[in-house]
Design a protein around this ligand. Structure first.
Ligand SMILES: [Zn+2]
Length: 451
């Protein structure tokens, strides 16, 4: 849901415009430039290894080593894409400088590499004993002769040593900017690019440079911000899956409310990868090792390749994704068939039984939806609320398993946005889908072999 101070009429007009000209509203058609940011640098060390017997590593060095490997791997696998590192040496850059580099190179994607940390608890252990002299005060005599006497005695007490306990938490997590906190993203879009062309001519194909500072422009910038958020989410989900494929603990896709300003200040989809916990012994070794660094670079590259293929194939065909569905399934409603699928996400699952909890995403505004799975209706005109509507899907191997969200109305705050929480055994995915009266949204489920 949009939270916007712009009058509703503008929002509605802008949505119409974007519906008419979907290709322009989808942002860049091709992934041509990718910005890789090694977090921190120079005087900004980032987190440091601090637990007892830690390698005392510095986050700024780990991020640089991984980022450089990622740059090489991306260049190798995608020779036609321009890969731009924000830094290749140990230099300090403010978040503003990092964001500026990304915006100036007109990146189509912004990847930030970091390492995680957390507060360390202090432990103590006994390392010996020592003898100390103490005094006991007694009194002798009575009345005026009463006297205070201090008698020494010896006691043995333990000697302790204090140390920092390593973190037990480990794994790789992926972060995107919080959905409701789009103001910096809006600013980046509005400041970013005078040549940001979108088609505003309605049904003819006249292209004009658009003024993002006008009220309508602000609204469209809000829609771009939302799109970037959805795309960031899609890429983040793929990175999480590829990390999981390495056998490493993947902690999922998260939205941070504060502190990833640089993600919000770039005029492009952006993700931040916390590669591992610098204060967890196994993780610290892993993210310092050639093998670990290379494995992460390869996993992130695979995710970027899958993302690029998805974005570009959607741009190229312009055909409704529904056309690819198995024709043997009973047909869905004619209304359903008429709409194209615009917002598509892919999820790999390990279990054939997958639970889905369906909610309204954001403000509850009477969104009514239907849901189809492999063209069969499984939810019929249901109001989305903050309480889950749950159902289970049977995902078949080697088959195109598609869940489609169909908007029966737009609610009072268009478009119609649903949050689906998908539970696959112990894995949990949060997917946000957005549909309107011309476009469906979908999730494609791929069943992964369990061997
Ligand atoms: Zn960091």
């Amino acid at each position: 849901m949009f939270r916007n101070k712009v009058p509703f009429l503008f929002l509605f007009a802008a949505l119409h415009l974007l519906i008419l000209k979907e290709s322009s509203a989808q942002g860049p058609k091709y992934i041509k430039t990718i910005i890789v940011d090694a977090g921190h640098g120079g005087k900004d060390m980032g987190a440091t290894g601090q637990y007892e017997n830690s390698l005392r590593s510095k986050e700024k060095e780990i991020t640089l080593a991984i980022a450089l490997k990622l740059v090489e791997e991306l260049k190798k696998q995608m020779p036609d894409v321009k890969i731009v590192p924000t830094r290749t040496t140990d230099i300090y850059q403010t978040p503003t400088e990092k964001a500026k580099i990304a915006n100036e190179y007109r990146g189509d994607l912004f990847l930030c590499i970091h390492a995680d940390s957390g507060p360390l608890k202090q432990g103590k252990r006994q390392i010996g004993e020592r003898t100390v002299t103490r005094y006991k005060t007694t009194y002798t005599g009575k009345g005026k002769k009463r006297k205070k006497v201090r008698k020494p005695y010896e006691v043995t007490e333990p000697v302790y040593e204090y140390f920092k306990i390593p973190l037990t938490r480990s794994g790789t997590s992926v972060w995107i900017f919080a959905a409701h906190k789009t103001s910096d993203k809006l600013k980046a879009i509005m400041d970013g690019d005078e040549n940001f062309e979108i088609e505003t001519g309605g049904l003819d194909s006249t292209e004009t440079t658009f003024d993002f500072r006008s009220p309508e422009g602000r609204t469209i910038a809000a829609i771009y911000a939302k799109r970037y958020q959805e795309r960031s989410d899609r890429l983040a989900t793929l990175v999480n899956e590829e990390v999981e494929n390495t056998g490493r603990q993947a902690l999922g896709v998260n939205q941070r409310q504060v502190g990833i300003w640089v993600l919000q200040a770039t005029n492009m989809p952006a993700i931040l990868i916390e590669t591992g916990f610098i204060n967890n012994p196994e993780d610290e070794i892993y993210i310092n090792s050639e093998k670990g660094q290379q494995e992460l670079a390869v996993a992130i590259t695979k995710a970027v390749q899958r993302y690029k293929a998805q974005v570009e194939s959607a741009n190229n065909s312009g055909k409704p994704v529904i056309a690819a569905i198995d024709k043997n399934q009973p047909a869905a409603s004619p209304e359903f068939e008429k709409r194209t699928v615009k917002d598509t996400k892919t999820i790999q699952v390990k279990n054939s039984q997958v639970k889905v909890d369906l909610y309204d995403d954001g403000e509850i505004d009477n969104d009514i939806v239907s849901v189809y799975f492999n063209k069969q209706q499984i939810v019929n005109k249901r109001s989305l609320t903050a309480t889950a509507h749950s159902f289970t899907l049977t995902v078949e191997p080697g088959k195109y398993n598609e869940l489609v969200l169909f908007a029966d109305n737009l609610g009072s705050l268009p478009p119609n946005t649903a949050l689906m929480v998908i539970t696959d055994g112990t894995n949990r995915h949060e997917v946000r889908l957005s549909a309107d009266l011309k476009n469906n949204a979908s999730i494609q489920f791929e069943l992964k072999n369990n061997n």
